[in-house]
Design a protein around this ligand. Structure first.
Ligand code: G4P
Length: 317
């Protein structure tokens, strides 16, 4: 089962963003440093056109630092794009954000021509936390001017630097199945859109190959890394259940409870520092998903053609 997500307010937000984009100099996309590819909105480039883009890999404190470096290189290699890594414990993130935006739009950032920046990101990525940190010393100014939607907020970070927060910018369909699982595991997808056991199994399938020592450390599995990697995912979840005392009457492992434990441990970073995708893995998943999308579109077009060719019943006399 692929994880899907159809936010009803998408259309409105999309329109609001296209409208707002006319007056924007730089677009900041906040990404989860533990899933820097999957947490990026594939529609963003379409919505923002050629605007300079700053990718902020937030929560770097809980991500795999070697992988964060690789992801920063990946984004920095794109034209018109800069990438930086931040975390909530960063005492002064404003300076780095402002500097990066100035590099991207050097013609802006004066009292006459203030820098106008849009910030967006998936739920739970840490946008409110970052905005609160940024505005700690300044009163946040909410938008009451024409064109600013009820939810949209304008924050004055400096006299020559305005930040627009446009909430709820999601994408209508997740085409990369691996991304769906990772977004669900990280807590970015509404609880009703996925099955916890299924997501925990997918998560363990990844962790056992890439972060077996972290699993061993957290759950005292009593196995070395290659033995953990060789286990079936269901077996591993069962072992986690037993090790954490999640057993039902008759001694059967409570897999639902174990799944909740694993997901909570990931989200609260108790498992340790980890990143759920490398640049190469993500590029491979994306390429495969794009081929599938093309095949799906071709099948749909073929079905439609066949439908159109079918003879229509003659109108009754
Ligand atoms: P959102 O507005 O994008 O939806 O996200 P929000 O700021 O509410 O942050 C979601 C969760 O991520 C919060 O944890 C927040 O503390 C945590 N978070 C944000 N930035 C960082 C970061 O850079 N590093 C780490 N480790 N965590 C970060 P929570 O458990 O939902 O709430 P709470 O523990 O703050 O009460």
């Amino acid at each position: 089962m692929a994880i899907q997500w159809f936010p009803g307010h998408m259309h409105l937000t999309r329109k609001a963003i296209v409208e707002r984009m006319k007056d924007i100099d730089v677009v900041i996309e906040l990404l989860d440093a533990r899933l820097p590819g999957s947490s990026a909105n594939p529609l963003l480039a379409e919505l923002t056109g050629q605007k300079p883009s700053l990718k902020v890999l937030n929560k770097q404190d809980v991500a795999d630092s070697a992988r964060t470096v690789a992801w920063l290189d990946w984004y920095n290699a794109r034209p018109g794009t800069r990438a930086i890594a931040l975390d909530a414990s960063d005492a002064a993130p404003a300076r780095r954000l402002i500097d990066a935006c100035r590099q991207l739009a050097p013609q802006r950032g004066t009292a006459m021509k203030p820098m106008r920046v849009l910030i967006c990101g998936i739920p739970n990525v840490g946008k409110s936390t970052l905005i609160n940190t940024l505005t700690a010393k300044r009163e946040a100014k909410t938008g009451d001017e024409a064109g600013i939607t009820k939810q949209e907020q304008r924050i004055v970070l400096a006299d020559d630097f305005y930040l627009w927060d446009t909430p709820g910018m999601l994408w209508p369909r997740i085409i990369v199945p691996e991304s769906g699982y990772k977004l669900a595991a990280a807590g970015a997808v509404g609880r009703n859109a996925y099955d916890e056991e299924e997501v925990a199994l997918e998560l363990l399938a990844y962790l056992k190959h890439h972060y077996a020592p972290l699993l061993e450390k957290r759950y005292n599995l009593g196995l070395n890394a290659s033995a953990v990697a060789a286990m079936h995912d269901e077996e591993l979840l069962e072992l986690v259940a037993r090790k954490r005392g999640a057993v039902m009457s008759g001694g059967r492992p409570n897999l639902q409870k174990a799944a909740e434990i694993v997901l909570t441990d990931l989200r609260s970073a108790i498992l340790g520092r980890l990143t759920l995708e490398t640049t190469e893995e993500f590029a491979g998943w994306l390429a495969a998903a794009e081929v599938q999308e093309q095949e799906r579109a071709a099948r749909k077009a073929e079905q439609q053609k066949r439908k159109d060719r079918r003879p229509r019943p003659a109108p009754s006399a």
